[in-house]
Design a protein around this ligand. Sequence first.
Ligand code: FES
Length: 166
Amino acid sequence: MAYNSGVPQVQAMGRFSAGASRGAGIARFSTVADNIVNLQFVDSEGNRARLPGLVGQTLLEVAQLHKVDLVGPCGGGGSPTEMRRTKDWTETTFGEGPDCFVCHVQIPKQYHHLLPELNAGYQQGLQKVWEEEVNNTSRLACQITLTKEMEGMIVYVPDMPPYDVI
Ligand code: FES
């Protein structure tokens, strides 16, 4: 059986990663290091911590992984909510989108082109919980998904309001 040693190997590798590139006949796959995004968290007392996240994680996930004092009870997907459909039927709904508005962060303007817009509904939710702390740098950490372009991004974490009694 005729066998070309280079071609079958590269074709097989291509099935595992569409992002693999070839140089000198050797496929190169992305590494963990290629996907690390270093962020600089700053708390309300000015303490700074350089913390790594991974491309595809949310800012809230990175903060929670490193035990930053930033909580998000709904996780960005919305809390389970009991919807009364009829007198006899109550349905639990999920995935209705952010609804706790506790995961407030502030990101300097120089990074805003990398962030999703804060829509009017989310802004109202933030203002309801955080009142005068909200400004045009405010964002929901659960709605920001890391990209490699966010390397070095500064994330200010304001002091937590007493959200559990609001
Ligand atoms: S975690 Fe609830 S809005 Fe972000």
